[in-house]
Design a protein around this ligand. Structure first.
Ligand code: UD1
Length: 326
């Protein structure tokens, strides 16, 4: 029920699926459950548990007659993953093995897995397509790639599996209600949450990590994807798996990229707030630019992004204003 999961749960409920969430709340808040119910106008189930607790997970799958799983139970802070690699291997890689074992125990074989564009590493060419070489550069990225490889091996060994690995680009934005959004613990690392905290006065300014990249304005460019478009991508993948076997990989991105300054200007425009910033040194490990080739998801899943950068900034601002009042 974290950031991506909460928005995906809303879209699933609204399209008629019944939803049960299994979460250890290590990076989410139980209040989100009520908010999902409020937006969707429908009830959903919840079990408190750790993904590595295979017994508890098996029981939750069985007792709730689960038919398919969307696996979003990953730790996701790139910097932290280099400092605490074993926590990441334990929660992400070992946790995924535990989930597969639980699913096997109760004969569930439909799975949507939350992967990341981080599996590609330094671009050999752009846009990244799904066949681009994979050279992740940090433990978080290694975990994502390991899990994808494990899922391919699993689907090869047992032809009953239906698996979609979704490689997210940069998820941003919030539900238009302003009731759910990204709520990182502690000081945020990612651009949009930092901008949000500057806008609501929690941080004095944004530090822009370098303006000497070979991009139009010198700041880094990314493929930002509205979290509601991403949620729709999960729904489309799940629907598609009903008719298709095997393990399949899809990029979920917009197919275009925006610079830090472009995002900042857009946010300033929709919020009518000035976002003070300073240019500082490049952040180690950052790339100049990357974005997705999105033809595969469009052709096969019938999915593409529908929301603009302005929609992203408007929904983020709405969420930030709202969460300040909570
Ligand atoms: C990061 C992860 C990526 C993950 C994604 C989730 C890294 C190297 N990669 O992507 O694996 O899937 O988050 O959204 O961490 N920026 C600033 N100032 C800030 C924060 C960011 O200038 O305070 C810049 C960055 O240099 C970059 C852009 O904003 O050019 C986006 O950064 P961020 O939101 O952290 O995402 P990524 O690093 O692209």
């Amino acid at each position: 029920m974290g950031y991506i999961g909460s928005h995906t749960a809303v879209q699933l409920l609204l399209s008629g699926y019944q939803v049960h969430i299994y979460d250890n709340l290590c990076n989410s808040n139980i209040d989100t459950l009520q908010r999902i119910k409020r937006i969707a106008g429908k009830d959903l189930g919840f079990t408190y548990g750790d993904i590595r607790d295979t017994q508890k997970l098996t029981a939750a799958l069985k007792e709730n007659s689960i038919e398919a799983v969307i696996h979003l139970a990953g730790l996701k802070a790139v910097g932290e993953s280099s400092k605490k690699p074993i926590e990441y291997y334990s929660n992400n890689t070992q946790g995924s093995i535990s989930l597969i074992q639980a699913m096997q125990a109760v004969h569930i074989s439909t799975l949507v897995f939350s992967s990341s564009a981080t599996v590609y590493g330094d671009p050999v060419y752009l846009p990244y397509d799904e066949a681009h070489p994979t050279f992740p550069t940090n433990p978080y990225g290694h975990n994502k790639l390991q899990i994808e490889q494990m899922l391919h091996d699993l689907a090869f060994s047992d032809k009953n599996w239906r698996i979609a690995c979704l490689r997210y680009f940069n998820p941003v934005g919030a539900h238009e209600s302003g009731l759910i959004g990204e709520n990182p613990n502690g000081i945020p690392n990612n651009l949009m949450p930092v901008i949000g905290q500057v806008a609501n006065g929690k941080l004095a300014q944004l530090s822009i990590f370098g303006n000497d990249y070979s991009t139009s304005d010198g700041t880094g460019k990314r493929d930002y994807i509205h979290v509601m478009d991403l949620a729709d991508g999960h729904l489309m993948a799940l629907n598609w798996l009903q008719e298709n076997l095997g393990c399949h990989t899809f990029n979920l991105g917009s197919g275009s990229s925006f610079s830090v300054l472009e995002l900042l200007r857009c946010f300033e425009k929709v919020s009518a707030k000035k976002i003070p910033y300073q240019i500082v040194a490049r952040r180690p490990g950052d790339l100049s630019e990357y974005y997705a080739k999105v033809d595969k998801a469009e052709k096969i899943l019938g999915w593409k992004t529908r929301r603009s950068l302005e929609d992203i900034c408007t929904s983020s601002w709405n969420w930030i204003k709202n969460s300040k009042n909570n």
